[in-house]
Design a binder for this molecule. Structure first.
Ligand code: DAH
Length: 350
C-alpha cells in the first residue's frame, strides 16, 4: 500500500481536491472490500476512461499553466499505476479466497432426515400393549424356538392331539420347534414366579400354512394371563370388553361363544361386531356381522398342576389375540401379505 499512499499525497493540491478525496477514500476503503463487484465500482470511479476521477483531473490540466501542469501531471501519472496495482492485488486476494472457501455453505438450511415409520403391526401391538398396560398387565417375552413341553405338554395338549402333527408344525429337530402360539409364555412365566401374575406376551408365531390374502405362515399374537385368588369369568369378560372398546371404538359390540381349547376350561371365542359393515353382514365377516379376534377361557387346572400352582388356591383366565386381524380391521388392510412384503409404497401410508 506504500506506493498508493505516496502517490496520493502527491496529488494533494488545491486544484485537484476532488481526485485527491477520491483517492484517499479508496486508500482507506480498499482493505475492507469483500466483493469483486465493489472493487470494480472503485476501478470505474477512479480509472474510468471518461468519467473516472483521474481522467477528469488530467483533462483539467489543460487549463493550467505549464509549470503546474507538469508537476500535477507527474503526480497523476504516478497515482494511476499505483491504483491499478492496488486493485489488481485486491482482486487476486478476493479470487484466491473465493477459490479456497469451503464448498459447504454452513448457512444453508439443513437436510431433512428421512424419518421412518412404525410398521402397522408394531403400531397395533403397541396400542394393544398400552391398553392392557392401563389394566395392569405387564409385558413379558418368550423364545420363538420352543420345546414341546412349553408349546404342548404343559398346555395340556396330549401327544395324540392333531395340533402336534409334524405336518402342522415347523419342527427343528425331534424336541424343538418354532412356537405355534404365544401361550408358551404363560407356562414360562408361571414356572418362574409365584402368583399373582398379570401379564401379556406379544410375539411372532409360526405355522405351515398356505399363504393367501388371509393367511401367513408367520404371524403375531398377543397372549394374556391373569392368575390370582378369586379371578372369575366375569373378570375375563370385563377385561376383554373394555379392551375392545378402547381399541376398536366405543360403539363396538362384543360377544363370547363357547369353544374348546386344551388349556382353558371353560373356553370361549371372543368376537367384535364387524368393523366394516358395523354388524349388518358383509363379505369380510361372511355375512355374520361378527369377527373373531381372540380365544380365551379360565386356566385349566391341569395347566396349574404342570407349573406347580395350587388350583385350589388361585384361579385365572387367559386369552390370545391375533395382531394381524385387528390391525387389518382397524387400518382397512385387505391382504395380510401386504404386511410382510415391505413395499414402501404400502408402508409409507401409516
Ligand atoms: N393359543 C390359541 C391359538 O393360538 C389362542 C388362545 C386361546 C390363547 C385360548 C389363550 C386361550 O390364552 O386361553 O389359537
Amino acid at each position: 500500500m506504500r506506493p498508493l499512499s505516496e502517490a496520493v499525497s502527491q496529488v494533494q493540491m488545491p486544484d485537484l481536491e476532488k481526485v485527491y478525496n477520491d483517492l484517499e477514500n479508496f486508500a482507506r476503503a480498499v482493505q475492507g472490500v469483500t466483493g469483486l463487484e465493489i472493487l470494480e465500482e472503485w476501478r470505474r470511479k477512479l480509472l474510468g476512461r471518461k468519467s473516472g476521477s483521474l481522467a477528469r483531473a488530467m483533462r483539467h490540466l489543460g487549463d493550467m499553466d505549464a509549470e503546474l501542469r507538469k508537476t500535477l501531471g507527474q503526480a497523476l501519472n504516478r497515482a494511476k499505476p499505483a491504483v491499478e496495482e492496488t486493485i489488481a492485488l485486491k482482486k487476486a486476494q478476493l479470487e484466491a479466497y473465493k477459490a479456497s472457501r469451503p464448498a459447504v455453505d454452513v448457512t444453508m438450511p439443513g437436510r431433512q432426515p428421512a424419518l421412518g415409520r412404525v410398521h402397522p403391526i408394531t403400531r397395533a401391538a403397541r396400542e394393544m400393549i398400552e391398553i392392557f398396560g392401563r389394566l395392569g398387565f405387564e409385558v413379558v417375552e418368550g423364545p420363538e424356538v420352543e420345546d414341546e413341553w412349553h408349546n404342548f405338554v404343559a398346555l395340556n395338549i396330549p401327544p395324540e392331539h392333531p395340533a402336534r402333527d409334524p405336518l402342522d408344525n415347523y419342527y427343528l429337530d425331534d424336541r424343538l420347534l418354532l412356537r405355534t402360539q404365544t401361550s408358551t409364555v404363560q407356562i414360562r412365566v408361571m414356572e418362574n414366579r409365584p402368583p399373582p401374575v398379570r401379564i401379556i406376551a406379544p410375539g411372532r408365531v409360526y405355522r405351515p400354512e398356505t399363504v393367501d390374502a388371509g393367511h401367513s405362515n408367520m404371524f403375531h399374537q398377543l397372549e394374556g394371563l391373569w392368575v390370582e385368588q378369586g379371578v372369575t369369568f366375569a373378570d375375563l369378560k370385563g377385561v376383554l370388553s373394555m379392551f375392545a372398546r378402547a381399541f376398536f371404538g366405543a360403539d363396538v359390540r362384543t360377544r363370547f361363544l363357547p369353544s374348546y381349547f386344551p388349556f382353558t376350561e371353560p373356553s370361549a371365542e371372543f368376537y367384535v361386531s364387524c368393523l366394516l359393515c358395523r354388524g349388518k353382514g358383509c363379505p369380510a365377516c361372511k355375512g355374520s356381522g361378527w369377527m373373531e379376534v381372540a380365544g380365551c377361557g379360565m386356566v385349566d387346572p391341569n395347566v396349574f398342576e404342570a407349573v406347580g400352582y395350587d388350583a385350589e388356591e388361585v384361579t385365572g383366565f387367559a386369552f390370545g389375540f391375533g395382531i394381524e386381524r385387528p390391525a387389518m380391521l382397524k387400518y382397512g388392510i385387505n391382504d395380510i401379505r401386504l404386511l410382510f412384503e415391505n413395499d414402501l409404497r404400502f408402508l409409507r401410508q401409516f
